[in-house]
Design a protein around this ligand. Structure first.
Ligand code: MN
Length: 490
């Protein structure tokens, strides 16, 4: 059971100047709206938005996000509308709630529809990353109360969490969120494997932990002797799901896993990271090819750290990760860490980030699972596609290389036939310029024009556009056009 006071306390601690009155009003509004409703689990409905908001508060996010979390199911589940939320809590919060509400409209209706919706959903979410964060928090509580669901639904939700949501969290650099989502769904998706991995890990850890303690002490001494004082050193145990994935790569042989426990050293600054790396290598010899400098060359999701694996005392293999405090924060919270610093509160993604998000949709193909629909989604839906927006913000997906003409025909045949120009990201663009994910496309039409240019047939990428252009040209009865067409095309 969560109560509003816990959330108030968290907010007060993390954001001392936050408007707590507004938070309390949001709680009253939500609990009034959900009055009398129950969750499948039997608890009062308000427990769900409370749990969602609490997760967001624990992530140290801003008050508007926490409030949107409290209100996120109001339009979907109660008689109050987005307008009501706007009136009471403003446009910004209402916008986030609207984003979430649109997503919850996505219901499973057979594989085709589901995949289609999912694809649009993630791109819609990518426009305001805060909506993704609320969705994660919402999903965590849904997973926590999953046992109340029907068995088939249970499996579907857990799979979606494991195979879609967790990788997205990873891609957003949210290591901690990724772990939470994976750990919470692993036992539902692979019950037997879960038990196997858990027992294997626990048995192994009994021995490992003691050994790591001695390594930790020995190293601490050396670091202090080198006059580095501001550092922490902690053992971090590999999570079950992540261990499971690694075991599958290593023939299920736990002796080949070197980082079941790794030592994580967090320093004040970058020079100390490199100095500590030197201290470790002086003391123990490193394994070839296992030194990784993600500080100089960060991972695509922004992760930075030094990694090394050494032959430590008694010839045993130990992995170290060394990073400064800011890097550590980023490794755990990813994009969410931006809200921990006041100056960063960007709501919309830049073009660069959007490109990066494209990669997010190319969700991991290195999967171990069966023939289900999620597999299909991963394999053929998320690549060779671009996602562009109408000026109103609707997401349109097109094949790679698609042009403004394809876009125009996708909107409507008349828009295509009357299209005379395109404004992409507020700039005039040639009609044959390929669009890129994240582009906002506005088509200029001329009423007096009613047939397409025959050359467009060579430019367009989509069959739909080609068909419509042919049709429009044919319409104009003259055999001339047909002859022209035949000539131009072959
Ligand atoms: Mn919800």
């Amino acid at each position: 059971m969560t109560n509003i006071q816990e959330i108030i306390n968290l907010v007060r601690e993390n954001k001392p100047d936050a408007d707590l009155g507004l938070l309390e009003r949001a709680y009253e509004f939500a609990s009034n709206a959900h009055q009398g409703q129950k969750r499948l689990s039997g608890e009062d409905y308000i427990q769900h938005p409370l749990a969602t908001a609490k997760t967001l508060a624990t992530m140290r996010l801003d008050l508007p996000i926490i409030i949107a979390g409290l209100l996120h199911d109001v339009p979907e589940e109660t008689s109050f509308t987005i307008e009501d939320i706007k009136k009471n809590f403003g446009k910004d919060i209402a916008g986030m709630v609207e984003g979430i509400t649109k997503l919850s409209g996505v219901k499973y209706r057979g594989i085709e529809r589901y995949a289609e919706n999912l694809r649009k959903m993630f791109f819609a979410m990518s426009r305001d990353v805060r909506v993704i964060l609320i969705k994660f928090a919402d999903r965590i509580h849904n997973m926590e109360t999953l046992d109340a669901q029907r068995p088939d639904k249970k499996l579907r939700i857990a799979k979606e969490t494991l195979e879609i949501f967790a990788p997205i969290a990873g891609r957003l650099g949210m290591g901690e969120m990724k772990n939470i989502l994976e750990e919470i769904s692993f036992p539902y998706v692979y019950p037997k494997e879960y038990v196997w991995v858990k027992e294997l890990s626990e048995t192994r850890l009994k021995v490992e932990k003691k050994y790591i303690e001695t390594i930790k002490k020995a190293l601490s001494k050396e670091i202090i002797a080198e006059k580095i004082t501001n550092f922490t050193i902690n053992g971090r145990v590999k999570e079950n799901y992540s261990l499971y994935r690694k075991l599958l790569e290593k023939n299920r042989d736990i002796d080949k896993i070197y980082d079941l426990v790794a030592l994580r050293i967090v320093t004040d600054n970058v020079p100390d990271c490199y100095r500590i790396l030197g201290i470790i290598h002086k003391k123990w010899s490193p394994l070839k090819g296992r030194i990784k400098d993600y500080i100089a060359q960060p991972k695509p999701n922004g992760y930075q750290s030094l990694h090394t694996t050494v032959f430590a005392d008694h010839g045993r293999v130990v992995e170290f990760q060394i990073r400064d405090r800011a890097m550590n924060e980023l490794a755990e919270y990813g994009v969410a860490a931006h809200w921990h610093y006041k100056e960063l509160g960007k709501k919309k993604f830049t073009k660069e980030q959007l490109e990066w998000l494209e990669g997010l949709l190319a969700i991991q193909k290195n999967s171990v699972d069966h023939e289900d629909y999620l597999e299909k989604i991963k394999l053929d839906i998320f690549h060779d596609h671009i996602f562009v927006f109408t000026p109103k913000g609707d997401v349109i997906d097109l094949p790679e290389g698609a042009t403004p003409i394809d876009f125009a025909y996708h909107i409507h045949t008349d828009v295509g036939n009357r299209c005379v120009g395109a404004i992409v990201n507020e700039k005039m663009t040639a009609l044959d310029d390929p669009l890129r994910s994240g582009d906002v496309v506005d088509i200029i039409t001329n009423k007096n024009r009613n047939k397409p240019n025959v050359d467009w047939l060579k430019i367009v990428k989509t069959n739909a556009a080609k068909e419509k252009i042919r049709e429009a040209l044919k319409d104009k009865k003259t055999g001339l056009i047909d002859r022209l067409l035949a000539k131009k095309i072959q």
